[in-house]
Design a binder for this molecule. Sequence first.
Ligand code: DC
Length: 217
Amino acid sequence: MGRVITIDGPAASGKTSVSRELARRLGWSWVSTGAFYRGLAYTAKRLNLNLDDESQLSELSRSDSWKVEMTESRTRVLFGDEDVTDHITHEDIGSIASKISHFPQVRESLLEGQRDCRERTEGLVAEGRDCGTVVFPDAEIKIFLTARSENRAERRAKELGLEKEEMAKAQQIRDQQDSTRKTAPLSVPESALVVDTTEMSFHEVVQIIEDFVKARI
Ligand code: DC
């Protein structure tokens, strides 16, 4: 079982790109746990499931009709044999993911797959909302990334070619849902290094975190 570093934070705080680059520099595996929620959201939508039905969603989360795979550059989602990773990045799938992620049964069913990512690795960098608090509470290093909401909306709107205002609204709803849900809400893990990336470049953020990590492992 490998060592673990967790990076949590709100929507579009830079978790994915920063954690992936950190893993590359350390030569460790990397997983975006949001892919589990997005993958389930995509599959449920594709199968026309009732998105309010917790037990159906939880059953689907354990079914082998879809799965998540780690690669160096992407956390892939497969629906049957079909690679649907490109489809899960859309903000409408992010919104469904956020909505269904408040169901305790769904979270519980997805936990095992997320924890398994640590098996057969020397080390794992895991990013999400509850990686440091619930998925890997014993992680040796925990980071919490944040940034001003306008900057986050601008970043993601650029990436997806959407209007900034529309993106800001969608992210606000998602952040509100993710931070106020009863089970495993987005929160800063105890002892986490908090990095506000608002005024920093991608390379500065990675460097700060890499220095912090290398001084400790
Ligand atoms: O990080 P992301 O944008 O890919 O995550 C999509 C949604 O999935 C997010 O709004 C809430 C949910 N999620 C979660 O509840 N817990 C995680 N560890 C990761 C994601």
